[in-house]
Design a protein around this ligand. Structure first.
Ligand code: IPM
Ligand code: MN
Length: 367
């Protein structure tokens, strides 16, 4: 029996509620596929910070490093100044565990829940690869003359050749994997499914950010030469948001920097049916990866048993896929599709027609 140790951080707000349902569903899949999942819970988050004054204990990162995966609920507390928990917990884990990929699938499961007119599940099925360790998120910059009328705030976007190349490499291989019969690390040209062309779109702003995206663009085209099976495309980020609404079927895999990826994936979440269903993985292909629903801690729904747990459940499925359990991951996704199409009235909190725990029960039973 395969055995996996999973760190669980429920975190703030509705985080613990949705993580509980994800674990319920993971356990159902584990039983079916004969896996053993051992969970170790950590209480990091706003409550702990308010109680102890400590955001993350010094030992935390090294302790988390021992796990192949982390399941995270949400970080963000209404009584804590914005930035403290986000930077001190979420971004610190992403950075120190070198989770340099933020993988965000945008997949419509049921056209009833799409805000776009006449778009069907086959039209909205793409993946955004967001660079997750650099760009505007590193904290580089500072103030000059703070608090005076001459105040200057500088926030610098860091783009390293190494950081870009490793992100692009993951993106090209991911694009190949999406159109192949075998897992990507054993991919041979004959494994590519005939007739389905992998496409990788670099989304940037080469017309204005003429340093950062010049480097991205050159690196993208240079690496692309080694992946003749992948069709290369480029779109400016502003145009990309337009295409998300107008022609989402045009996309396959999109790669972009940290800030643009943050923004564009909220739009992606909306066209796939909302935050209730949007999941993501913070991936270190050679280390500890972290999976989370991409929505926030939703304080106003906390403790009411109304929040949609499907995003957390889908994050659990992505985690199993990362661990190499593709069949178990697929079983969860199929169960989610079945419940979304067959049962739910809405994907929004309080409007699903079922409570948080009931949705978890339904998916677990379907697995
Ligand atoms: C996300 C979130 C985070 C981000 C915040 C909470 C720091 O918006 O995961 O998209 O900006 O990356
Ligand atoms: Mn975001």
């Amino acid at each position: 029996m395969k055995n996996y140790n999973i760190a669980v951080i429920g975190g703030d707000g509705t985080g613990p509620e949705v993580v509980r349902e994800a674990i319920k569903v993971l356990d159902a899949a584990a039983k079916k596929f004969e896996l053993k999942l051992n969970y170790v819970e950590y209480d990091f988050g706003g409550e702990r910070y308010l109680r102890t004054g400590e955001v993350l204990p010094d030992s935390a990162i090294d302790e988390l490093r021992k796990f192949p995966a982390i399941l995270l609920g949400a970080i963000g507390h209404p009584d804590v100044k914005p930035g403290i928990l986000e930077k001190g917990i979420l971004l610190r884990m992403r950075f120190e565990l070198e989770q340099y990929i933020n993988l965000r699938p945008v997949k419509l499961y049921d056209e009833r829940f799409c805000p776009l007119k006449d778009k069907k599940p086959e039209d909205i099925d793409f993946v955004v690869v967001r660079e997750n360790n650099e760009g505007l998120y590193t904290g580089a910059g500072g103030f000059v003359f703070k608090g005076t009328a001459n105040e200057i705030a500088v926030q610098e976007s860091i783009n390293t050749r190494r950081g870009i190349d490793r992100c692009l490499k993951y993106s090209f291989e991911y694009a190949m994997r999406r159109h192949s019969k075998t897992p990507w690390n054993r991919l041979k040209p004959e494994d590519i499914v005939a007739g389905k062309r992998a496409q990788l779109t670099l989304s940037g702003k080469t017309n204005v950010l003429t340093y950062a995206f010049d480097l991205w663009y050159r690196a993208f085209n240079e690496m692309g030469a080694s992946y003749p099976e992948v069709k290369l495309e480029y779109a400016h980020i502003d145009a990309t948001t337009m295409w998300f609404v107008k022609n989402p079927e045009w996309f396959d895999v999109i790669v972009t920097d940290n800030m643009f990826g943050d923004i564009v994936t909220d739009l992606g979440a909306m066209i796939q049916g909302g935050m209730g269903i949007a999941a993501g993985g913070n991936i270190n292909p050679n280390g500890t990866s972290m999976f989370e629903p991409i929505g926030g801690s939703a304080p106003k729904y906390t403790g009411k048993n109304v929040i949609n747990p499907l995003a957390a459940i889908c994050a659990g499925a992505m985690m199993l896929d990362f661990l190499g359990e593709a069949n178990a991951a697929e079983a969860i996704e199929n169960a989610v599709i079945k419940i979304v199409r067959g049962k739910l009235k809405s994907l929004a909190a309080g409007k699903m027609g079922y409570s948080t725990t009931e949705v978890g029960d339904l998916v677990a039973a379907s697995v």
